[in-house]
Design a protein around this ligand. Sequence first.
Ligand SMILES: NC(=O)C1=CN([C@@H]2O[C@H](COP(=O)(O)OP(=O)(O)OC[C@H]3O[C@@H](n4cnc5c(N)ncnc54)[C@H](O)[C@@H]3O)[C@@H](O)[C@H]2O)C=CC1
Ligand SMILES: Cc1ncc(C=O)c(C(=O)O)c1O
Length: 309
Amino acid sequence: MMKRIAVIGLGTMGPGMAQRLAQGGLVVTAFDTDGAQIEKAKAMLPLITGVLDRLGITPKPGGALHFTTSLADAVKDADLVIENVPEKIEIKADVYRALEGLIASKTLVVSDTSGIPISKLQEHLSHPERFCGMHWSNPPHIIPMIEVISGAKTAPETAKAIVTLIEELGLLPVVVNKDVPGFVENRILYALLREAVDLVEEGVIAPEALDTCVSWGIGYKLSVIGPMALLDVAGLDIYHSVAGFLNQELSTRGDIAPFVTKRVAEKRLGLKTGGGVYAYTPERIKELGAERARKLVAVRRALEEKDRT
Ligand SMILES: NC(=O)C1=CN([C@@H]2O[C@H](COP(=O)(O)OP(=O)(O)OC[C@H]3O[C@@H](n4cnc5c(N)ncnc54)[C@H](O)[C@@H]3O)[C@@H](O)[C@H]2O)C=CC1
Ligand SMILES: Cc1ncc(C=O)c(C(=O)O)c1O
């Protein structure tokens, strides 16, 4: 049974994950190389605990969240280290190198990578058998599904221990059988995003209308009926007819659309820079954060209700 967890990297994903683990009864030590990120993470905690409270996730006894500016202190006596640093192999490899000599031989290490193959990351670890993918979805304190991915050198007991941990937290592990880039969640999401960007770029639809179409059409439906079940609902004959003319029309571009590269070059990255596809004031960002958390909580509660009946 795991007790002590180190969360390395406190950007978009780290704070929610760290608090969720602490409320699950674990002793969590959170570390970031940037002190400002640690302060930002601390400031986010009231919001995160408020959401967890509304989800009915009451803190289990023994859990705690500590912050530290020392990697050595963060990982001391850790049963598990969760690496949550930017999606760049060289940054992740530096973290794994820094862990050498700091962690015990029993310590497991996982990456929250969005899709770098685990076998590739394992090349940078001296104990690859104790390493696997643990891919959370954003926001990590609200979305219950977590992908577990083994690389070529992951020991079966490593992945099993992570699945057990996720289950003990009352979350939903999904085991991915092959270490393909993007795993499953992001292969599906990025197929959707590629088509969405293409439709907007081609002037087929405005961004706001596309969001309404997806959120109130397939998005709403897919949260209750998964894609495989949806094939049965629609009828495989219908899928066969439509796919017969539509598949060849869909975007297959292998590069990144100018719609995105242009904005990235201009540092229009989204909420974190005050604008991306849409523009935001600081007040609107706060409002949207609260409104979206409230709605995600309500939808999750409704879906859990469905699962019980
Ligand atoms: N943003 C998202 O929606 C999701 C991201 N992920 C994945 O999670 C990982 C982290 O993503 P984000 O939180 O979005 O990144 P982020 O860029 O928001 O945060 C990364 C944090 O890591 C810190 N950092 C950089 N180097 C470090 C080091 N050597 N030691 C400790 N901290 C260090 C940075 O200061 C920063 O606070 C990435 O692999 C990403 O692909 C996974 C699921 C969703
Ligand atoms: C755009 C995008 N990319 C990656 C991830 C997760 O790895 C997410 C998410 O979890 O929402 C995402 O939105």
